[in-house]
Design a protein around this ligand. Structure first.
Ligand code: IVH
Length: 728
């Protein structure tokens, strides 16, 4: 996958702004002194960072593409002349550039440590007594602590220099983390510049990145609709969203942040924990509103129980509370034991578990035919929520946990989300408990269900999948729900519930039926208006909403087909590339009839930016199946698909040409080359074929060069390419 967005590929800058103090200086790079270059590189890093933020976070670029590109080119030229001045966080390696192959490493200047734990009220009393003893405090001496929720997310270190965000690193092993600057730069609640005049020149803010429950639910809904990986809990969703090599994916995920501690700082803004958090807040960083200052073990315990009661209404996961000695001079004196501070502890919540009986296991069949086992439980209260079902993931999990119907099982609400079955209580196992045989046939349509490695699961998951395709009512119904979903046809008044009803009474069996619903109303079926629960007005509205969708954009149409691995992003990539349904369909049918992966037709699709073999295979699979082509054909007799509207590119000598870059490029990075070519209207391909117009060859070009020469493709050096596009 590659980034689809770079600031330079967006052509909608609101207005061009005159060059500012942060813009390129007018002295040619060759004439700059080293000292001047150093100053300018710093300024450029901040300026480019600011424009990246305006672009990525606010969708409000202030300068035109050309000016943005000029800033980057100036930065690169300066770095090329003074390589030893290149900043650790040079914009050349940062936001806006295409994705990196892997995250770089960051050594934490102050190690990122963990916290000791308290599990009971008594542990808290002991903690306070230990601190007092260590400091030699008498019974009457005051000692204040901050108390705050322990956020169940990912810890992150954000480095600000002169108020500007310049680097973000994960915790890693505490000594060294991963450089996730590009990704963090896309998080809206993390300011790119701290406000106020008391921000220290070096300020490393630390805190937690997390996902809100509501956003998590939405994310999983979208993921499921796209047939993509569904996250087990908000923490995993946060981790998965942050650690994306393609930062534009992170940008599309609403990650949140709370600042609660710090690393390297040139001068602290206060002398208490609470004072520093207050400064964070003044500077524009989000801080947790529930932090309090407390002065006794009793107050800490009361705080803990109070937060426990609020826990399920917070809207995000917490796994306990954290107490910290408030005065920083006392924190310094207390210091650390091994890898945890002596001045803080985490008071953890007990996992919310309960025991109940496993009444049965039911199989749900998803849109792509996956068979998911669901535990039916004797209703049980788990931490205030009545649980009747729990996920069992897949057949291997049932076997691994040795779950039998009739077993007493421990149920847990993991991170307040989907309940899980932890395992059976073996010494309570009833004699009549029976092992569960996972079906080999689809319980809905009776087709064979085959075991497959689940490519969406990182952990080498397996899934059993119904092979019935659209013959399977479960799959057909789930596909219809997908068809009308928000990112697909988005038909107002035709949601999941209506689909269930219309499917059950046979009014709608295929997508095309939606578009003949009105014509068949009162003809093949009793008039809907006369059915209970339907009003004449709402029926009219529904028909109008359906009519409004008789014309639909290519991207939505492709997404609506519900082809495996063709989610929202992939639909867009395909639409952007082919522009029209006819072009797309011809290309895919060519790959279907070619039948092999090394055919040009197959590779032409594979070469599209953002598209890989998994997608091409899925497209071929889908269009090979006569059921599917029939459904699409029928649908197209009711719906017209409009062309994808590409943002207009100016015409250039390479507009419409296909270019391949190969070898070691010295004048520009491959990503830059690609972005530039695409901006000029060229198609960039990964392999040489009969359609290639130009091969741009850097040093040590290998087989592609030979192939291009053999095929009579025009071969250009980097300079010749630059001359062709008018950049030299
Ligand atoms: S303070 C020296 N405060 O808990 C350690 N940590 O077990 C300073 N965490 O890695 C950490 N909420 O990711 C602190 N309010 C909070 C926290 C918090 C969550 C996490 C953090 C840390 C882990 C320690």
């Amino acid at each position: 996958m590659t980034a689809k967005k770079t600031p330079s590929s967006k052509t909608t800058a609101k207005q061009a702004k005159p060059a500012t103090a942060g813009g390129p200086s007018h002295l040619p790079v060759e004439m700059l002194s080293k000292a001047a270059a150093k100053v300018e590189l710093k300024r450029l890093a901040a300026e480019i960072g600011r424009h990246d933020a305006l672009y990525y976070q606010n969708d409000a670029p202030e300068i035109a593409d050309a000016e943005y590109d000029a800033l980057r080119r100036r930065n690169e030229a300066l770095e090329a002349r003074f390589p030893d001045l290149k900043l650790a966080e040079s914009p050349a390696d940062r936001v806006g550039a295409a994705p990196v192959a892997a995250f770089g490493k960051v050594t934490h200047r102050v190690p990122m440590l963990s916290l000791g734990n308290a599990f009971s009220d008594e542990d808290v009393t002991d903690f306070v007594a230990r601190v007092r003893r260590f400091l030699g405090l008498g019974a009457d001496d005051d000692l204040a602590f901050t108390a705050e929720p322990k956020i169940d997310g990912l810890s992150i270190a954000l480095r600000y220099e002169n108020g500007w965000f310049i680097e973000a690193a994960t915790r890693g092993d505490g000594a060294e983390g991963e450089n996730v600057t590009r990704n963090v730069a896309t998080i809206k609640s993390i300011p790119h510049q701290l406000k106020g005049n008391d921000v220290p020149p070096v300020m490393e803010v630390r805190g937690e990145i997390y996902y809100r429950h509501a956003d998590f639910a939405k994310l999983n809904e979208t993921q499921a609709a796209a047939g993509a990986k569904v996250f087990a809990n908000p923490r995993n969703a946060a981790a998965g969203s942050l650690r994306q090599l393609d930062a534009s994916i992170t940008a599309s995920r609403p990650l949140q942040f709370f600042a609660y501690t710090w690393g390297e700082v040139s001068k602290l803004p206060a002398d208490t924990q609470a004072g520093i958090v207050a400064a964070f807040s003044r500077w524009g960083l989000p801080v947790n509103p529930l932090m309090e200052t407390v002065t006794s073990a009793e107050a800490m315990i009361a705080y803990y129980h109070g937060i426990g009661e609020k826990r399920s209404n917070l809207g995000y996961d917490i796994d306990g509370v954290v107490y910290k000695v408030n005065r920083l001079d006392l924190q310094d004196r207390l210091g650390f034991v091994s890898r945890s501070p002596r001045w803080a502890t985490a008071h953890k919540f007990a996992a919310e578990q309960a025991t109940t009986v496993l009444r049965g296991i039911e199989i749900q069949v998803g849109r792509t035919g996956s068979l998911t086992p669901v535990a039916r439980l004797e209703p049980v209260n788990v931490g205030g929520v009545v649980v009747t079902n729990a996920t069992l993931h897949n057949e291997d999990e049932i076997r691994r946990k040795d779950l039998r119907i009739g077993d007493f099982v421990i149920v847990q609400r993991a991170g307040d989300v989907i309940p899980q079955v932890v395992g059976p209580v073996l010494d309570k196992r009833p004699k009549q408990a029976t092992a569960y045989e996972f079906p080999k046939l689809c319980p809905i349509c009776g087709s064979h269900a085959v075991r497959e490695a689940d490519s969406d699961e990182v952990s080498g998951g397996v899934v059993r999948r119904c092979t019935g395709g659209l013959i399977c009512p479960a799959q057909a119904k789930e596909r219809l729900k997908h068809f009308v979903s928000r990112l697909a046809f988005d038909i107002e008044g035709l949601g999941e519930e209506k689909i269930e009803q219309f499917y059950a009474d046979k009014r709608i069996q295929t997508p095309a039926d939606i578009f003949t619903l009105q014509a068949r109303n009162g003809v093949d079926f009793p008039r809907l208006e006369e059915q209970k629960g339907y009003g004449r007005k709402s029926i009219e509205k529904l028909f109008a909403a359906i009519d409004a969708r008789r014309t639909i954009g290519l991207q939505r149409f492709l997404f609506a087909l519900g082809i495996r691995h063709v989610g929202e992003g992939t639909s867009k990539d395909l639409a952007k590339h082919y522009l029209t349904w006819d072009a797309f369909h011809a290309a895919v049918m060519a790959a279907v009839s070619a039948g092999t992966k090394d055919s040009d037709a197959y590779r032409d699709i594979d070469d599209i930016d953002g598209i890989g073999e998994t997608v091409v295979d899925a497209l071929v699979e889908f269009f090979k199946e006569p059921h599917n082509t029939e459904i699409v054909r029928e649908l197209l007799s009711h719906v017209s698909v409009t062309a994808f509207e590409r943002v207009a590119t100016t015409s250039s000598p390479v507009t419409g040409k296909t270019v391949v870059f190969t070898g070691t490029l010295e004048k520009f990075s491959r990503n830059e080359a690609k972005a530039t070519a695409e901006r000029l209207g060229a198609k960039v391909s990964g392999s040489v074929s009969g359609k290639t117009d130009y091969l741009v060859a850097g040093a040590d070009a290998g087989s592609k060069l030979t192939k291009a020469r053999d095929a009579g493709v025009t071969v250009l050096t980097e300079d010749e390419w630059l001359a062709l596009i008018g950049q030299r």
